[in-house]
Write a protein of this length. Sequence first.
Length: 69
Amino acid sequence: MLKDPLFILAALACAVVAVILIRGISTFGKEGVENARRANKLMRYRIIAQFVAVLLILLFVYIRRQSGS
């Protein structure tokens, strides 16, 4: 399973979501209108990345069930 390229891609997508989330939360703590805009933009990117990660996970599970392994 760890050598499956789709699994690796899904894991990387989850890591990207985590990085965006951490960056967005850290930006929320800073004052200023520009920082608020940047934090909101990062949270929008997180939602998109999270959607892609969930789709990759579902695709991985679907393919694994179809192959019977």
